[in-house]
Write a protein that binds this ligand. Structure first.
Ligand SMILES: Cc1cc2nc3c(=O)[nH]c(=O)nc-3n(C[C@H](O)[C@H](O)[C@H](O)COP(=O)(O)OP(=O)(O)OC[C@H]3O[C@@H](n4cnc5c(N)ncnc54)[C@H](O)[C@@H]3O)c2cc1C
Length: 382
């Protein structure tokens, strides 16, 4: 068998793998990316496309702030002709209890200290600005007008196509079956079609599939899938509707740039699977919950429903770290908020793979936090 080589191998063509491939290739690194299906076929292409700077920890906020610096000019930078649909219609976290509102106030105070223009709004302000919302029982909300939407499919594809333009080899429909290591060092990958590729550095960014792949070289990752569902309605006349997240039952909704509405709901009872079957329970539950908050949508038809896997960790935060196998870097476990971190996740992985200091301190994302029982709890997660 002919063994092929690269400077860096990336396993997984979601937004993180594709962004890293782009940033490495642009820096002149010989990079090969393997994706088992098509770019974005995992969590990335199935996400709710929400962008936010509403986090309650400094590490996530610094990265979220960087993402929002990149997105406005990213379509021009990647230059693939694809519309990234970047829009800043705002994102609102709605509190129904004092405890929740107190936490939102703490998050907003931290955001403001980092020059993120978030505000706490009271019910009068909310009713005046969005009179069509029926948020009965709410006591306040956190809102950031810079937050918004990015198209998950075109974002991931654009990163992949731009990476190719800079010389990266992007191999789709090419699953990696195992990683190879020798004497404690990473060595390469074997693919389903029988190819063997060697590289001194490998990035494993295969979302929830990272766990079985890491196990092939004895690395244990606490990342597991959890199915989440979304639906989209037919388009309606655009009206100023931010992304709204209701913290009582985890329902969320927003209008997309093409006029359609997207509904989702956090449901901890969904199975821990990468299978993408649709759930009738979701359809019934989410429509009841969302329509009571935005009754003007009653009668609007649902045109599509789909599901995708969150790549959860026990503390619902990512792992970006070198593993005990020298040369093997992981970036996975984004637990439902990883799409928007494509720019910053790709940047820190490129920096680590090139031996540079990452632009943010990644200590909170380290792999050893799980065995040290020093978990990284993010108060703003869905
Ligand atoms: C319903 C839903 C809603 C979401 N909403 C949001 C949101 O609004 N905002 C947000 O920021 N995030 C959201 N997320 C989370 C976000 O989608 C993920 O955190 C993010 O996309 C993870 O990106 P990734 O590149 O790490 O992984 P993935 O996108 O999962 O990519 C991993 C890739 O690895 C590939 N792969 C797997 N095994 C192999 C193998 N053996 N060989 C080669 N390739 C392999 C997979 O096919 C996949 O394409 C949502 C997720 C879901 C499911």
């Amino acid at each position: 068998m002919t063994i092929k080589t690269a400077d860096v191998i990336i396993v997984g063509g979601g937004v993180h793998g594709a962004s890293t491939a782009y940033q490495l290739a642009k820096a002149g690194i010989n990079v090969v990316l393997f994706e088992k299906e098509y770019l974005g076929s995992g969590g990335s292409g199935r996400s709710a496309a929400g962008l936010r700077q509403h986090f309650g920890t400094e590490t996530n906020l610094l990265m979220a702030k960087y993402n929002l610096q990149v997105f406005p000019t990213l379509e021009q930078e990647l230059d693939t002709g694809m519309d990234l649909e970047f829009t800043q219609w705002g994102y609102m976290w709605v509190a129904y209890t004092e405890e929740c509102l107190d936490q939102l106030k703490k998050n907003v105070a931290l955001q403001k200290s980092l020059d993120i223009p978030s505000v706490i709004m009271d019910t009068d302000e909310i009713n005046a600005r969005w009179p069509y919302l029926c948020l009965d029982g709410i006591i306040g909300a956190a809102f950031c007008g810079e937050d918004g939407h990015i198209n998950p499919q075109t974002l991931t594809l654009s990163y992949g196509h731009a990476a190719r333009r800079y010389g990266a080899v992007v191999k789709t429909y090419c699953p990696v079956t195992k990683l190879l290591a020798e004497n404690g060092r990473i060595k390469g990958v074997v693919t389903e079609n029988g190819e063997e590729w060697h590289a001194p550095k490998i990035l494993l960014s295969a979302g929830p599939w990272s766990t079985p792949l890491a196990a092939t070289v004895g690395v244990e990752l606490p990342v597991y899938p959890e199915r989440h569902n979304l639906l989209i309605t037919e388009p309606v006349e655009p009206f100023d509707c931010p992304m709204v997240l209701c913290l009582d039952d985890g329902a969320y909704f927003k209008q997309c740039p093409n006029g359609t509405f997207m509904f989702g709901r956090d449901d901890q009872d969904e199975p821990h699977t990468t299978e993408t079957a649709n759930s009738a329970k979701f359809l019934e539950g989410v429509t009841k919950s969302v329509l009571k908050r935005i009754p003007v949508l009653s009668g609007v038809r649902v045109v599509r429903q789909w599901s995708g896997p969150y790549d959860n960790t026990p503390d619902h935060n990512a792992i970006i770290d070198w593993t005990p196998v020298e040369g093997l870097l992981v970036n996975c476990g984004w637990s439902g908020h990883g799409l928007q971190f494509g720019p910053s996740g790709g940047r820190v992985c490129k920096e680590l793979l090139m031996g540079e200091d990452p632009f943010v301190d990644l200590h909170r994302f380290r792999l050893s936090r799980f065995e040290e029982n020093d978990l990284f709890f993010e108060p703003a997660f869905i």
